[in-house]
Design a protein around this ligand. Structure first.
Ligand SMILES: Cc1ncc(COP(=O)(O)O)c(C=O)c1O
Length: 391
């Protein structure tokens, strides 16, 4: 009997999808559900971007672009690094991809090898370990604690590095915790990885959505690190373009040709419509819209975090960015998955159980997204208060 390859058995589904299906079934019955489980902004794509796509489509011709992306868009991303971060990233090193997902896929298609180990955080973005596994690599998930902002440091990497290690894949700010890697730690990580001739992949998809400080891109570490460093970013979150499927990958100069070959074969090219739309993403009018949304996500964090703490949840690491609160619910339960299902069934509040992000203390954590307006977050708080009175 034909069976899927063994690696597929190691790829876990999103547990939250089960919860989402249940939420949708309840909505179909007429129940009002507050969605705090989603991982995408609740805002529409900025109208400037939509207008650019419409204007392009009106021309009627939608051909493939170069596998590395539209030259104008690669240049626009390079210009953005200069204007936003004050650093020079040549357009030649920028590969436009199908979202951060496409960027991660390409980077790992290029770097992963059978049996080669990749150091990852637990908790962390779940797809990372599955991308590694899909290319026959070995994900090594290292438990990270709130005391270290749920991030790995150079010392952790040194403790786990061995002759099979190929690299590490980190996110800053991270999903599900929203925490940043401090710049000095990132520099130490880059030094360590380079000293081992390893690969450092830094996923900066939430970097546009930082609140208290403007996050520094790993690319600011300079030329000394550029031979080992792959930086992932996306139009999905800050630019509100999740469904357009567009992101980018900054690669060392020496890898551009390899990435081009892979991109040609795997995708031919990223979406032409999305790329033309994204040309409007860096216009001042668009940035103004995105900045207003960033401020709104910050207001939501500042609203919801103390309210959840007041209810008895513990949020041990204040998120620096993104739109998530990683909340310890151990005061109420030792099974966050059962808790999340009960919360949904009894009071119609959907949150993501920790198990979606790894196994380290997953049963005592929930991820709460701030992807609903403040009134709805307030409604969720009242419903959770009522629910806690009944458990
Ligand atoms: C940390 C992280 N990386 C990558 C992705 C994938 O994003 P994209 O829509 O750009 O493929 C996500 C999506 O939630 C994410 O949270």
């Amino acid at each position: 009997m034909l069976k899927a390859a063994p690696r597929v058995a190691d790829i876990a589904p999103f547990h939250v999808m089960e919860l989402l299906a249940k939420a949708q079934a309840l909505e179909a019955e007429g129940r009002d559900i507050v969605h705090l489980e989603v991982g995408e902004p609740d805002f529409p794509t900025p109208e400037t971007i939509v207008a650019a796509a419409q204007a392009f489509l009106a021309g009627g011709r939608v051909p493939y672009t170069s596998a590395l992306g539209l030259p104008e868009l690669r240049q626009a991303i390079s210009d953005f690094y200069r204007s936003r971060h004050g650093i020079a990233v040549p357009a030649s090193r920028i590969v436009v991809t199908a979202g951060a997902s496409g960027a991660l896929l390409l980077a790992l298609a290029c770097l992963a090898r059978p049996g080669g180990e990749w150091l990852l955080t637990d908790p962390g973005y779940p797809c990372n370990r599955h991308f590694v596994r899909a290319f026959e690599g070995v994900p090594v998930s290292i438990p990270v604690s709130a005391a270290k902002h749920f991030q790995l440091g150079a010392a952790d990497l040194a403790a786990h590095w061995n002759e099979r290690s190929v690299g590490t894949l980190l996110a800053s700010p991270a999903n599900p915790t929203g925490t940043l890697i401090p710049p000095a730690e990132l520099a130490a990580i880059a030094d360590f990885v380079r000293s081992r001739d390893g690969a450092l992949i830094v996923d900066e998809i939430y970097q546009g959505l930082c609140f208290d400080t403007d996050a520094q891109t790993a690319l600011a570490l300079g030329d000394a690190c550029s031979e080992n460093l792959f930086v992932v970013n996306s139009f999905s979150k800050y630019f509100g373009m999740t469904g357009w499927r567009l992101g980018w990958l900054v690669v060392p100069e020496a890898f551009v040709r390899d990435l081009e070959k892979l991109a040609q074969n795997l995708f031919i090219a990223p979406s032409t419509i999305a790329q033309h739309a994204a040309l409007a993403a860096f216009a001042p009018e668009t940035i103004a819209i995105c900045e207003e949304r960033r401020a709104e996500f910050c207001r939501r964090r500042d609203f919801l975090l103390p309210k959840l703490e007041e209810l008895g949840f513990v949020i041990p690491a204040r998120p620096d960015g993104a739109f998530y609160l990683y909340a310890d619910c151990s005061r109420f339960t030792d099974d966050s998955q059962r808790f999340a299902h009960a919360l949904l069934e009894k009071v119609g509040v959907a949150v993501t159980p920790g198990i979606d992000f790894g196994s380290h203390q997953a049963e005592r954590h929930l991820r709460v997204s701030t992807t609903s307006p403040i009134e709805r977050l307030g409604e969720a708080v009242e419903r959770i208060r009522y629910f806690l009175g009944t458990v």
